[in-house]
Design a binder for this molecule. Structure first.
Ligand code: PLP
Length: 374
């Protein structure tokens, strides 16, 4: 198999897996127990929290562990809404992940908030000024993704943060697609940032919510009072330990990965253009592991299935929704022609992707297109 769907999920980093295995079999105490096995589990969990905080340039007290980025996003948006007072307005973008869009839709129905959805330009990029022109006295929350999962386009999250820093408005960044793909840390302003370990070769089922110190926070889960009373339920110690190892390695390898993936992506783009295809990713303003392409006349699902027969896994657009609307809403928001959005597929590489794999993919793509189009 050739796996080129790394924006959906990634293979586990081997070192992370080994560290997790040790936790599963040796350091398996409950980190909230006060006996030696519990204290040992607590120690490795807190060491991992410190490592993650250091890598993100945050304080360990600002790092909370959750079960996924979806949970982190729900927590941030719902907590901010509970502290909104009389204010009603939330500003977000049309290309956010459904974890953001559907949570805001739910809050719109249950809390009567007003959700302003800002459209991207044709390249799938949100203009900071266009988003910020909607900020008024009624605004209590802005939520913007750092990197789009469907196209890889980098969004102006820093610019928006600079503007919001002095304002009394919550600011959430969906940073899920950043780690190991672009330099991202929490030196620029936000109140909340969400991460998901399985997107950077960490384990599935482990999310992070960064909460800037001083930000009002309401628990999403109540119970035994773990995570400093803010997120009850026994922590996933192996998951936390694996996440810290995976994050460290992903960030350490970022520079060499970037160079390599740029070259790989260039060769894919060249082949796609030779086949009369279209590139939907803004190449000079995106993370190098991702390229969203369309071969007009060949439906996305058809191409994904054809490549699957050659043992190649690529995505239609976004895995979590590919069984229903396939993340097509992102391309529609970019106002690409229907023919292009219907034929869009996403190729997403990782630092483990090899030159041979990319060459084999290109060869199979050529063969599949010849067969399907002519
Ligand atoms: N946000 C973005 C940008 C994503 O790409 C994803 C996953 O595809 C999520 C949020 C949700 O992450 P998880 O599936 O870990 O909850």
């Amino acid at each position: 198999m050739i796996y080129l769907d790394n924006n959906a999920t990634t293979i586990l980093d081997e070192q992370a897996g080994k560290a997790m295995q040790e936790c599963f079999y040796k350091i398996y105490g409950n980190p909230n127990s006060i006996h030696p096995m519990g204290l040992e589990a607590y120690r490795v969990m807190e060491e991992s929290r410190e490592k993650i905080a250091e890598l993100l340039k945050a304080d360990p007290r600002e790092i909370y562990f959750t079960s996924s980025a979806t949970e982190s996003i729900n927590w941030a948006l719902r907590s901010a809404t509970s502290f909104r007072g009389k204010r009603k307005r939330v500003i977000t973008s049309a290309i956010e992940h459904k974890a953001v869009l559907n949570t805001l839709k739910d809050l719109q129905n249950s809390e009567g908030i007003e959700v302003i959805i800002v459209e991207p330009n044709k390249q799938g990029i949100i203009f900071a000024e266009k988003l910020l022109e909607h900020v008024n006295e009624d605004t209590y929350l802005v939520s913007l993704m750092a990197v789009n999962n469907v196209t890889g386009a980098i969004q102006p999250y820093e610019e928006v943060g600079q503007y919001l820093e002095a304002k009394n408005i919550f600011y959430h960044i969906d940073a899920v697609q950043t780690i190991g793909k672009t330099s991202f840390n929490l030196e620029s302003f936000c109140n909340f940032a969400s991460f998901s370990a399985h997107k950077f070769h960490g384990p599935k089922g482990l999310g992070i919510l960064y909460v800037k110190r001083g930000t009002a926070l309401r628990p999403l889960l109540t119970g035994g009072g773990q995570e400093r009373g803010m997120r009850s339920s026994t922590q996933n110690v192996p998951g936390v330990v694996g996440t810290a190892v995976a994050m460290e390695n992903a960030i350490k390898e970022l520079n060499s990965t970037t160079e390599k993936l740029r070259l790989f992506r260039d060769s894919i783009v060249k082949a796609v253009r030779e086949l009369g295809g279209v590139v939907n990713t803004p190449l000079d303003h995106s993370v190098p592991n991702t390229v969203n392409i369309s071969i007009p006349g060949v439906r996305g699902e058809t191409l994904v299935n054809a490549l699957a027969t050659s043992g190649i896994c690529i995505g239609t657009s976004s895995a979590c929704s590919s069984r229903n609307d396939g993340g097509q809403y992102v391309l529609k928001a970019m106002k690409v022609r229907e023919e292009i959005s219907e034929s869009a597929v996403r190729v997403s590489m990782s630092r483990f992707t090899t030159k041979t794999e990319v060459e084999d993919f290109i060869k199979s793509l050529r063969e599949a297109v010849m067969l399907l189009k002519f």
